[in-house]
Design a protein around this ligand. Structure first.
Ligand code: GDP
Ligand code: MG
Length: 225
């Protein structure tokens, strides 16, 4: 009997991730793996980002979801090329799933590709998809203790987007404590304090994306380009 242990799965994934990265680099497209808990506002952020970057960067999105195509339909309405991956219950995207989705994308037409990972703060962190940068997103309705409880994603991310700050007055989210915790885990990252509802800080977020796409902001794997 052949037993496949987690380590084998991860090394097979790393091989495909490397191939994805070569493809991204050859097409000069910068790729972000967006990771957060379900419902924290990934799709809402991408809808707004697509509006704000229209005419500035050519954007594409690969959306991972367990079953539905609802997010892809929302992002498509914002006028962006979208490919949906249904993982059929798997709690994270793999490099192989992304490679198949890429067959549907004209990478040479894009400057920036977002991969909206499956809503989960743990599993997606272990699976390199070939991206140049991981971005974490945390909404104020989730509680300010989440960076301390799930440090993996905040350690890996080059930027953290704190979302739904329009809801701050209705929560017990301790923003200074949360920022301090993120700083303790990874002092070398950008933090954006945003609302997709009011547009707060989205201009800074989009300016940073433009810099990242131009190779002027730091990514996890941009040096390899
Ligand atoms: N008030 C408020 N609601 C938001 C914001 N961003 C997202 N939402 C809402 O939060 C819910 C989940 O958002 P969605 O983008 O689907 O989250 P995802 O599962 O991470 O992609 C939706 O009802 C959104 O309208 C925000 O900045 N402020
Ligand atoms: Mg979504």
């Amino acid at each position: 009997m052949k037993v496949i242990v987690g380590k084998d799965l991860l090394s097979a994934n790393a091989g495909q991730a490397g191939e994805n990265r070569v493809l991204f680099n050859n097409n000069r497209v910068t790729v972000i793996n967006l990771i957060s808990a379900p419902g924290s506002g990934k799709t809402a952020l991408l809808e707004k980002t697509a509006e704000l970057l229209r005419g500035k960067l050519k954007l594409g999105v690969v959306v991972g979801d367990l079953y539905t195509t609802r997010d892809a339909e929302r992002i498509e309405r914002a006028g962006v090329t979208v490919v949906q991956i249904n993982t059929e219950g798997v709690c994270h995207l793999t490099a192989d799933m992304v490679a198949r989705a890429l067959q549907e994308v004209s990478l040479d037409q894009l400057n920036l590709l977002f991969i909206e990972n499956v809503g989960n703060l743990v599993c997606p962190v272990s699976f390199d998809l070939g991206e140049h940068a991981k971005v974490a997103l945390l909404s104020v309705t989730e509680g300010s203790d989440k960076p301390a409880k799930y440090p993996g994603i905040f350690r890996e991310a080059v930027a953290t987007v704190i979302s739904k700050v329009d809801l701050l007055p209705y929560t017990d989210f301790d923003l200074p404590a949360c920022l301090e915790e993120i700083q303790k885990i990874n002092s070398d990252q950008q933090v954006f304090i945003t609302s997709a509802r009011t547009g707060q800080d989205l201009s800074h977020w989009c300016a940073w994306l433009e810099q990242l796409a131009a190779g002027k902001a730091k990514g996890n794997n941009l040096a390899s380009r």
